[in-house]
Design a protein around this ligand. Sequence first.
Ligand code: TXA
Ligand code: MG
Length: 348
Amino acid sequence: MPETIQLTVSPVGEPNASIVRAASLLREGKLVAFPTETVYGLGADATNPAAVAAIFAAKERPASDPLIVHIADLEQLASVVAETPPLALRLAERFWPGPLTLVLPRAELIPPNVTAGGPTVGVRMPASLVAQKLLRAAAVPVAAPSANRFMRTSPTTAAHVLADLDGRIDCVLDGGPCAVGMESTVLDLTTTPPTVLRPGAVTLEALHEVAPEIVGPVAPDAGAVARAPGQMKRHYAPRTRLLVFAGQEERALAALRAEAEIALTRGERVGALLPDNEISALDGLDARIESLGADLAAISHNLYAALRALDDAGLDLLLTHTYDDEGLGLALNDRLRRAAGGSLRSVQ
Ligand code: TXA
Ligand code: MG
């Protein structure tokens, strides 16, 4: 694999030379990481099985974990799925372009290695303007998982992509930090009722406004069969040990502080990820704190960058807590649980 080409794209200026170059690399079967509104994706021509195979190799991702196909418009949807049920069109009308992935029957155009051999394909139309321009210029559907090494934290900047994949991919298109910072919601429309396989940036409450019959995600600890094959218990994970406290807010914070004190007494270096209004809970302690923001949208936006920053800081222990299971809290708690290796420290 040659050196990774770094292209910078500015949101203004037409035609954009970086986008034209990245699109032609995609058409040549090369791997191009690009920004979406959720996280950076590692893209390849979804109709080219060799290019798709290269994604799995670069990420060291098992072939059993299917990829999302990114499309520019509804015409392209018709070419990648075998069937478009009315509910898919209603959801597309409300949430596309945007962070919702619909799982539908796969069309012949999509080679089996995109879908891990399965009969369904995940499809989404991203809202990021850079992603849209790239998809339009490439004029092929683009298969793209998050542009991180397998099991690691999703990248929300081009620097995160390079930290994991420099020298392993052909190109990264730098469009600045991702606006949303949390992956798309994955919704399976081939089941009755439709099922959320991965909670994400489109909340269950918003989905219910369109289709109240949609069933929420099954907690990974509930013993359910992994229907979204990528839904491992450990995922999105920093290398540093991470403890995630769950329970009533004040008690969780008190337990977190107590844990920090014990670790500091042992001579360990401690980091914490906290919403802005909770930073004072660690007053007087020599802990490195990443403030996540004021509300769930800000916390979703900042979480992965904060995890990477603390993971790179040479600490021994990272501490944080979960949120109420409402709105974006559902996706945040899912990612936090996986980042902690599948289990939470319950303080009820
Ligand atoms: O926001 C996102 O979804 C980002 C950006 C780049 O679009 N992509 C992303 O891809 O997060 P990835 O591969 O890291 O996660 C995709 C998830 C995996 O859990 C995978 O198992 C699931 O979607 N998935 C994809 N196709 C599927 C299918 N046909 N059936 C069930 N699950 C599927
Ligand atoms: Mg991923």
